[in-house]
Design a protein around this ligand. Structure first.
Ligand SMILES: CC(C)(COP(=O)(O)OP(=O)(O)OC[C@H]1O[C@@H](n2cnc3c(N)ncnc32)[C@H](O)[C@@H]1OP(=O)(O)O)[C@@H](O)C(=O)NCCC(=O)NCCS
Length: 173
C-alpha cells in the first residue's frame, strides 16, 4: 500500500531503501531521540537500517513513511496492522532531525496520516501509545484529536526507570 502527500510545508512519502543515510542511522544513537522508545535497546547500522526499510516495504500490513523538508529526511511515521479484521492501525513517529523539534513536524505528519487513514486505508480507528513523561508525544496526539483511553502502570522500562504508558485512540468513523 502506498500514498503520498505534497501538502506544505513538509513532504511525506513511503520511505525507500535508497533514502537510508548515515544521518538517519545516527538519529538512534542520540539519547534524546530514544529516551522514550524501545530503540534504546536496539543497535543500528547502515546495512541494518536498509534491511529494516526493505522489510517494511515487503510487509503488506505496515507502511513506513518518511518526512522530508526540501529533500532532507527529517523524520518517520509508521502505520501498522491495517489489515486487521478490526479495521484499525497503530501509529508511531520520530522526528530524528532535532533541529526540527518544536516546529510542528510531528503534529503535521500525524494530521497527514489521519487523512490517509480515512481516505486511503479506510480505517475505523487509529491508536498510539507513549510513555507518560513524553510530553511532546502526548501533545502531538492531543492536537490531532486523539483521546486518552487508558494508562498502563509501570508498563515501560526506559533509562533505568519504570514508567506508565498512556494509550491514545482516535475514532475515524
Ligand atoms: C515527540 C516528538 C515526535 C515531537 O515532535 P515535534 O515535531 O517536535 O512536535 P511538534 O513541533 O509538532 O509539537 C507539537 C506540540 O508539542 C509541543 N512539544 C513538542 N515537544 C515537546 C516537549 N519535549 N515538551 C513539551 N512540549 C513539547 C510543542 O511545543 C507543540 O505544542 P504547541 O503547538 O502547543 O506549541 C519529537 O520530539 C520526537 O521525535 N521525539 C523522539 C521520538 C519520540 O519520542 N517519539 C514518540 C514515541 S511515543
Amino acid at each position: 500500500m502506498s500514498g503520498a502527500s505534497t501538502a506544505t510545508p513538509y513532504q511525506f512519502r513511503i520511505l525507500q531503501v535508497d533514502d537510508v543515510t548515515e544521518d538517519y542511522v545516527k538519529w538512534f544513537s542520540d539519547v534524546d531521540i530514544v529516551r522514550y522508545s524501545d530503540n534504546q535497546y536496539r543497535t543500528f547500522s547502515l546495512v541494518g537500517q536498509k534491511e529494516y526499510v526493505k522489510s517494511c516495504l515487503d510487509n503488506p500490513d505496515m507502511d513506513l513513511y518518511g518526512i522530508f523538508d526540501n529533500g532532507r529526511h527529517i523524520g518517520n511515521i509508521t502505520l501498522s496492522g491495517f489489515n486487521s479484521p478490526h479495521n484499525r492501525a497503530e501509529i508511531t513517529y520520530v522526528v530524528g532531525a532535532k533541529d526540527y523539534w518544536g516546529k510542528g513536524v510531528a503534529a503535521w505528519a500525524i494530521s497527514e496520516i489521519v487523512k490517509l487513514a480515512k481516505q486511503h486505508y479506510k480505517l475505523h480507528r487509529l491508536y498510539a501509545g507513549c510513555a507518560e513523561p513524553n510530553t511532546g508525544s502526548r501533545k502531538v496526539l492531543e492536537k490531532n484529536g486523539f483521546q486518552l483511553e487508558g494508562k498502563r502502570i509501570n508498563h515501560l522500562f526506559y533509562n533505568g526507570e519504570w514508567m506508565n504508558q498512556l494509550d491514545f485512540g482516535l475514532n475515524l468513523s
